[in-house]
Design a protein around this ligand. Structure first.
Ligand code: KIV
Length: 271
């Protein structure tokens, strides 16, 4: 809280200062108003409107099909819920890879139409011009290296990335390029912990990991995975804090039973 009793917002500067003071950054994904309200009230530092919405909200196999309009719809819902956390929105596949002008136009749509606080995009050197152009327009950019799901058909697998020395060096090189291009932070996905530690130590900007080990500056998980809403997805890096799939399933079975047996509604539950 500030002196006036207003809630103090998390900004990109807050994250930078957290890194400097060794305070870990907490980040989760969110895609809708009700869940974002709970996560923000609970004190999460950053919410990412991830293109994983394509998987967990729309049921697609990959993140590729989700459109910019659909991302904006999810982002508008999340932004309406949040009073404290920083809200970052993924630029979806096909909305920035063409050229830096296209990337800027997509980023501006997200900022204007959703009221987001920044955007995230995947890739290294090949997106450096876009990052410079977007940050040049005043829009904070978060990078994303390691396992980059928008390139799944290029890699052909969701296995751990950069295990070999050569790929690790390329990742390190790309991480510095992202920092030099103006990124305020980087997400590292599914890489060896030692490499995550090295990137976090060498970069000045906060490095947030998902399957990148304990020595990065913060952690992010997909909300549906950490709450146990998704079922058949158990990578080593995932810690489940609830088993909502089973809890919701049990509650639904009980509701069906109560309706069929005429237990619900009872005298006190009607007008
Ligand atoms: O879209 C997403 O959920 C992400 C996280 C895995 C970082 O990019």
């Amino acid at each position: 809280m500030s002196i006036q009793g207003e809630i103090k917002r998390v900004t990109t500067n807050t994250l930078q200062s957290m890194k400097q003071h060794g305070e870990k950054i907490s980040m989760l994904t969110a895609y809708d108003f009700s869940m974002a309200r709970i996560l923000d009230d609970a004190g999460i530092d950053v919410l990412l409107v991830g293109d994983s919405a394509s998987n967990v909200m729309a049921g697609h196999e990959t993140t590729l099909p989700i459109t910019l309009d659909q991302m904006i719809y999810h982002a508008q819902s999340v932004i309406r819920a949040c009073q404290r956390c920083l809200v970052i929105v993924d630029l979806p596949f096909g909305s920035y890879q063409g050229n830096s002008k296209e990337a800027l136009i997509s980023a501006i749509r997200i900022m204007k139409e959703a009221g987001a606080h920044g955007i995230k995009l995947e890739g290294g050197e090949e997106v450096a011009d876009s990052i410079k152009r977007i940050t040049g327009a005043g829009v904070p950019v978060m990078g994303h290296l390691g396992l980059t799901p928008q390139s799944i058909y290029k890699f052909g697998t969701y296995a751990v990335r950069a295990k070999e020395e050569e790929e690790a060096e390329i990742l390190m090189h790309n991480a510095s390029i992202l920092q030099d291009s103006g990124c305020f932070s980087i997400v590292l996905e599914k890489i060896p912990a030692a490499l995550g530690a090295r990137v976090a130590a060498e970069l000045k900007i906060p490095v947030i990991g998902i399957g990148a080990g304990m020595h990065v500056d913060g952690q992010v998980l997909v909300m549906h995975d950490m709450l146990g809403i998704t079922k058949n997805f158990s990578p080593r890096f995932l810690r489940r804090y609830l088993n909502l799939y089973d809890e919701i399933s049990d509650a639904t079975r009980q509701y069906i039973k109560d309706v069929k047996s005429r237990d619900f509604p009872n005298e006190g539950e009607q007008y």
